[in-house]
Structure formats: structure tokens, C-alpha cells
Design a protein around this ligand. Structure first.
Ligand code: AMP
Ligand code: GLY
Length: 417
């Protein structure tokens, strides 16, 4: 097939690479230097391109209605229309659907005004959770034990100074506690099929400290989320959500990503995303055997079969981020060592990179590279990823040294910063 992949991050590199490996002709719009090494890239508007299948990577164009515009032209699209994408585009809408479908999730309220928000915060027990209603690239969420910090964050968000219009309505939630799992389901309008679960690391620093980010690393499978818990999460969260979408007349074809927290009372929904996770896609998709393109095309057509079988028993990715990420990433630094890092069992997915005037690779975004190892054992997948990272350099690179540590028996020695 000729497949257009929309987007330019690590997730899109993983999608393109997996599809190219199974022999499809891949065109990325706009892509990135890593994708350009093995697929065509174009800056032409997506609506002007032709393909057997369009896969929309990021949430912003989905919320903006790109899938609707392509479908109106008769194109086959993997990715929900604007109506379904609002599950991610508005946390308030997501919470409404969750309530109507009876999904287990945190209690919440939405506020556009400070005094009422403060009163609600004061009625809750820590941790306090303050979110922007609109899209904020995974960074609009504060989780804190400190009531004063939560209040200050409400003020910053409502004033528009922190996230512009995305923050003018805030959502305050009951704090949930437990390990998190990303359950990515492929939906064909009627049915949902789970891909292998992954776990993400949202905080910037080792030990889950520091600010929330888009994701600093991921691994798959997730040993503390076994088949029984997965079945429960599908039955209690993903399937009722899809049934509710059907009732609402929303023809959802794409990924429904359930961010779950495994609380003492069972899996609870933290959020829905309407696309593959980033960096979860980097550990989920390349670990599949051939057949991803056909499978996604079937889902887009409204009648999917089973997902491809698993090829790599374990996968782990470590994100290298720019200095200053997530608040104020500093771009422009020169990246070296990427080519030598591409050892056996490792894929270096580009996220925020660009080519400089003489072809050198430069830092061009907050998350720069997603260095991914594959192996039979998680220990080895992680060791491969970290060994590749030790050969890559750019000024001020930040990465966590404890990706996957909680699922390993023996801790790894500390890594250089
Ligand atoms: P979100 O963008 O909604 O996924 O939130 C980002 C991260 O904030 C989540 O992955 C959790 O780590 C944390 N978080 C969000 N909502 C809650 C909550 N209600 N309780 C505890 N942590 C939360
Ligand atoms: N890694 C979290 C996300 O994609 O939203």
C-alpha cells in the first residue's frame, strides 16, 4: 500500500519504520530527518496527497478535523473525526462520556472562576490534580501534595499565562494513587482490540520526580498488568466507552488509548487519548510481526481482524530531551553519534531533530530522540537502549536512568548525565 503518515515525532518515526519494514510505500507529512532516511517526506498539505491509507499520528490535527476532511474526499483514514477526538481535546467532554458510560475514574469538577475552584480544592484530600481543559501536549497537568501550589497553578492556568486559551477552563480532580499503564486499543467503529500494554514514565526526573512531560520513556510488556487486569480494563473501561460512542453516533476509527491507574480498587481511567502514545508507540509497534498496515487499514474500513503477532518479547525506549525541557527547551545543539548508536536490536527514533545547513543533525524540539531496544528479556532491551544512548551526544541532554527499573530484579548502576 501507499500510506501517508501525518506527523513529525518519535511516534510517527516508529509508525513509518514499522510500515516501511513490511514493504509499504510510506510518505510522511511532514516527517523528520530520521523518517527521511527510509521513507519519502513532504511538506505539501495532507489534503492534497493521495494514498491507499492515511494514518494521523498526533492529536492536534485530529481535534482540528483532518480525518473528517480527508474522509469527505473519499480517503481511507485511520484516526477519529473531530467528534471522537474531543475525548482528548476536552477533558470535560471525556469526563462526561466516562460518567455516561459508567467508567471508573476520578471525581472531578470544571471551573472558570478562581473562588469556586479554591473551595473545591479545599474540600479534597491530597494529592491535588489541576488540569487544563484543552490540549497542552501532555504538560497541562499538575499533581501535587501542596494545596498552595495547586491554588497558584489554578490562577496561572485561568489567567491564560500558562497555557493560553487551553487553560481558561480548569479541571480539578480527585487524586488517584497507583502505578500507571497505557492500554492502546484499536477501534474499527464497533469493536476494540488491545495492543500489548505499555508503561510510560511521565515525570522528568529519576524516581518520578520533577514536572510532568509528554513521556520520558516506556516499556512493553508490563508484568504488573497481567491478562486478567487487561481483560478487566477492556470490559470495564474501553468496551463501555466504545459502546457509548456508538450510542452517541460517533463512528470512531483509530486508536483509543486508555491511560489507566491501577488503584487498590482496580484499574481506573486517568485519561483517554485518541492516537498512539508517544513514546508508547515506539515500544508497541516495532515489536509486532508483519501485518500492521493491513490491520490498520481494516480498522479504517470498519471491519478489522486480529492484530499482528508479537515479534519481540520485550521492548524499552529511553527519551533524550533537550536542555530546559519541558518548560523552555533550548534547541539548536548539534547531535552526534546517532549513526553509530544504531546497533543490533536498537532503533533510534527521531522526535525533535532537523538538518542544519551542512547536513548536521540538530536539536529542534523538546523531546529529541527516542532510543529503543528490543530483546527476548526486558533487562537486555533496556541494556541495549542505554548502551546506544552512551554513544549519542548533544549539549545538555536530559534522560532518565531508571526507565523500566521497577520491573527489573537488579537495579542498574547510575548512568552519566
Ligand atoms: P493526563 O494528561 O490527564 O494524562 O495527566 C498526566 C499525568 O498526571 C497522568 O499520567 C498521571 O500521572 C497524573 N494524573 C492525572 N490525573 C490524575 C489523578 N486524578 N490522580 C493522580 N494522578 C493523576
Ligand atoms: N506518553 C503519553 C502520551 O502519549 O500521551
Amino acid at each position: 500500500m501507499r500510506i501517508v503518515v501525518v506527523g513529525s515525532g518519535g511516534r510517527e518515526h516508529a509508525i513509518c519504520d514499522t510500515l516501511a519494514e513490511e514493504g509499504h510505500q510510506v510518505v510522511a507529512a511532514p516527517g523528520n530527518p530520521g523518517i527521511a532516511a527510509r521513507a519519502e517526506v513532504t511538506t505539501e498539505p495532507v489534503e492534497t496527497l493521495d494514498a491507499d491509507l492515511f494514518i494521523v499520528g498526533p492529536e492536534a490535527p485530529l481535534v482540528d478535523g483532518l480525518a473528517d476532511r480527508l474522509r469527505a474526499e473519499g480517503k481511507l483514514v485511520f484516526g477519529p473525526g473531530r467528534d471522537g477526538a474531543m475525548l482528548e481535546g476536552s477533558k470535560h467532554f471525556m469526563k462526561q462520556v466516562a460518567a455516561e458510560a459508567g467508567l471508573p475514574t476520578a471525581a472531578f469538577a470544571a471551573f472558570e472562576e478562581k473562588a469556586a475552584a479554591f473551595r473545591y480544592l479545599e474540600s479534597l484530600a491530597p494529592p491535588y490534580v489541576v488540569k487544563t481543559d484543552g490540549l497542552a501536549a501532555g504538560k497541562g497537568v499538575l499533581v501535587t501534595e501542596d494545596l498552595e501550589e495547586a491554588k497558584a497553578d489554578v490562577v496561572a492556568k485561568l489567567s491564560g499565562s500558562a497555557f493560553g486559551d487551553a487553560g481558561r477552563r480548569v479541571i480539578i480532580e480527585e487524586g488517584m494513587v497507583g502505578p500507571e499503564v497505557s492500554l492502546l486499543a484499536v477501534v474499527d467503529g464497533r469493536r476494540a482490540v488491545a495492543l500489548r500494554p505499555a508503561a510510560d514514565h511521565k515525570r522528568l526526573l529519576d524516581g518520578d520526580r520533577g514536572p510532568n512531560t509528554g513521556g520520558m520513556g516506556a516499556y512493553s510488556p508490563v508484568p504488573f498488568f497481567g491478562a486478567d487486569l487487561e481483560a478487566r480494563a477492556m470490559a470495564e473501561i474501553v468496551e463501555p466507552a466504545v459502546a457509548r460512542l456508538v450510542e452517541m453516533g460517533i463512528d470512531y476509527r483509530g486508536v483509543l488509548y486508555a491511560g489507566l491507574m491501577l488503584t487498590s480498587a482496580g484499574p481506573k481511567l486517568v485519561e483517554f487519548n485518541v492516537r498512539f502514545g508517544d513514546p508508547e508507540a515506539q515500544v508497541v509497534l516495532p515489536a509486532l510481526g508483519a501485518g500492521l498496515g493491513e490491520f490498520l487499514a481494516q480498522a479504517a474500513e470498519g471491519d478489522m481482524g486480529e492484530p499482528p503477532a508479537i515479534r519481540h518479547a520485550a521492548a524499552a525506549t529511553v527519551v533524550m530531551a533537550a536542555p530546559g525541557y519541558p518548560e523552555a527547551p533550548r534547541t539548536g545543539g548539534v547531535i552526534s553519534g546517532v549513526d553509530t548508536a544504531a546497533l543490533r536490536g536498537v532503533k533510534v527514533f527521531h522526535a525533535g531533530t532537523r538538518r542544519g545547513p551542512s547536513g548536521e543533525l540538530l536539536v529542534a524540539g523538546g523531546r529529541v530522540l527516542s532510543v529503543t531496544g528490543f530483546a527476548e528479556q526486558m533487562e537486555d532491551a533496556l541494556a541495549r537502549a542505554y548502551s546506544a544512548i552512551s554513544t549519542i551526544h548533544f549539549e545538555g541532554a536530559q534522560y532518565r536512568s531508571d526507565i523500566g527499573a521497577r520491573v527489573l530484579s537488579a537495579p542498574r548502576p547510575p548512568q552519566k548525565a
